[in-house]
Design a protein around this ligand. Structure first.
Ligand code: CMC
Length: 444
């Protein structure tokens, strides 16, 4: 198959966007097929294989979808080689410094930064919907106290579809979005309170989004709780940094489940389940467990890294490596900077941060990591901050859920409006038995 612009590459010139080929040719079984090339706004190019099977009988095989564009999207742009991340064109560094989570949520959902009036109205709507239906409180009573808050949150979000109507009109879609963003922190805090045997705290509408969440997590009916504005702002920053990341595992899950026109609540619950895994959002919990293990048992970062490089050992350096980033994850760079400030501000121990920084330092000079372009990802430093601000370890991935929620919904909205959307249904290369005759039980 001819690569786009291959002639120019052979002559040593970088193919310019203007000179890009509009199609590539596939030679197969004595015939030639022309495959159109689609180009995105950042000059990313893709072979359009929509007619491949129809025309040639072939399908593509791409384990882990590393080379597969599943949709066109205008929400998030990542350049993994350069370490660039933008939401709707705005650099993550600028949003992290100047914006707020609810402002970013609006941006992701509706494509533009909100006007002050829109942001005020949106914030008001979300604030008014933070309470859970009283009957819903009983839902948590049926969960074992030892349950991880991630499956509890996933089940609770799916259960919202039993309380609220299907999002089948534009007005109901907006209500469902508001409900999800408003109730997710309450669900998360209730799941946590249930796990530690404390009564849930009702949300407080006089507090901002993150302060209210911290209040529901840490206040008790017996004593007042003061929300440190610095801690609330750090939490807001963490949510902004996690808000979207194009077609990652959980977002692709949301698109796949949503493509069957399943309920929005059930669709988001599937995203939460996908996020839970240790190779995805669950990595932040694994990072802190790894750092604690190094502090307690392994003794030194060097010993741990030797294990992570050993092919006969399943140990991985958690919080390192990424499917898309082949340079420093810009989110990790922002978090590394805040780590020190937060730890100093709240007076937490810096022991784990020191181990993390030592691990990073030696990994970035180690041939194994250099050759494979493995750098710290967002999860490498987020856990250190969560721990410093008092978030329990088993809630780390739930925090990721709070952040990723607007991104998932934005992709669901985009998919719903895209005329090219069809139900997601990949093919396979079958490697099982060919037809064989059934053998009755008494003859086996
Ligand atoms: N420690 C040690 N070796 C690693 C690591 C790691 N963290 N990550 C990748 N490698 C090696 C891997 O063994 C393979 O080596 P070889 O070529 O010799 O077989 C090579 O690097 C390529 O790795 P891969 O697993 O094929 O890469 P992938 O794109 O399929 O996986 C990843 C990406 C993020 C799942 C993986 O890097 C990993 O498991 N990292 C640790 C878990 C983690 O931090 N996950 C959070 C990701 S960021 C948050 C999010 O978006 O969810």
């Amino acid at each position: 198959m001819a690569e786009p612009g291959i002639e120019e590459k052979r002559k040593g010139a970088a193919p310019s966007a203007g000179a890009a080929q509009k199609s590539a040719t596939l030679q197969y079984d004595g015939k030639s097929y022309s495959l159109p090339i689609v180009e995105g706004t950042e000059s990313e190019r893709a072979l359009d294989i929509t007619r491949l099977r129809q025309d040639t009988g072939l399908i593509t095989l791409d384990s882990g979808y590393g080379n597969t564009g599943a949709c066109r999207s205008s929400i998030c742009f990542i350049d993994g080689e350069q370490g660039i991340l933008r939401y709707r064109g705005y650099p993550i560094e600028q949003l992290a410094e100047k914006s707020s989570f609810l402002e970013v949520a609006w941006l992701l959902l509706y494509g533009e930064l909100p006007t002050p009036e829109r942001l005020t109205g949106f914030t008001r709507e979300i604030t008014r919907h933070t309470m859970l239906h009283e009957d819903f409180r009983r839902f948590f009573d049926f969960m074992p106290k030892s349950a991880h808050p991630m499956p509890v949150s996933a089940a609770a979000v799916a259960a919202l579809s039993t309380f609220y109507k299907e999002a089948d009109t534009e007005d109901r879609v907006f209500r469902a979005i508001v409900r999800l963003l408003a109730k997710m922190p309450t669900i998360a805090a209730y799941a946590y309170k249930h796990s530690i045997g404390q009564p849930p705290m009702y949300p407080r509408n006089d507090l901002d989004y993150c302060s209210n969440f911290l209040y529901m997590m840490f206040a008790t009916p017996c004593e007042p709780y003061y929300v440190d504005p610095v801690v609330a702002r750090v939490l807001d920053l963490l949510l902004i940094l996690h808000a979207d990341h194009e077609q990652n595992c959980s977002t692709s899950t949301v698109r796949l489940v949503g493509s069957s026109q399943s309920s929005l609540y059930a669709t988001i619950a599937s995203g939460i389940s996908a996020l839970w895994g240790p190779l995805h959002g669950g990595a932040n919990q694994k990072v802190i467990e790894m750092l604690e293990r190094i502090a307690l048992e392994e003794g030194s970062a060097e010993v741990f890294l030797r294990k992570a490089k050993d092919k006969d050992d399943t140990t991985r350096l958690m919080g390192f490596g990424h499917r898309v980033y082949k340079s420093y994850d810009p989110r990790a760079a922002i978090l590394k900077k805040s780590c020190k400030e937060v730890i100093e501000r709240v007076g937490a121990s810096s022991k784990l941060l020191e181990i993390a920084m030592r691990l990073e330092e030696i990994a970035l000079e180690d041939d194994y990591f250099v050759k494979r372009k493995l750098y710290p990802n967002v999860d490498f430093y987020s856990g250190v901050i969560y721990q410093a601000i008092g978030i329990p370890v088993n809630m780390f991935t739930v925090m990721f859920t709070l952040g990723r929620l607007p991104g998932w919904i934005a992709h669901w909205l985009e998919m719903r409006k895209d005329p090219d959307t069809r139900i997601g249904r990949p093919r396979q290369v079958y490697t099982g038995h060919r037809e064989r005759a059934y053998v009755p039980l008494d003859q086996r």
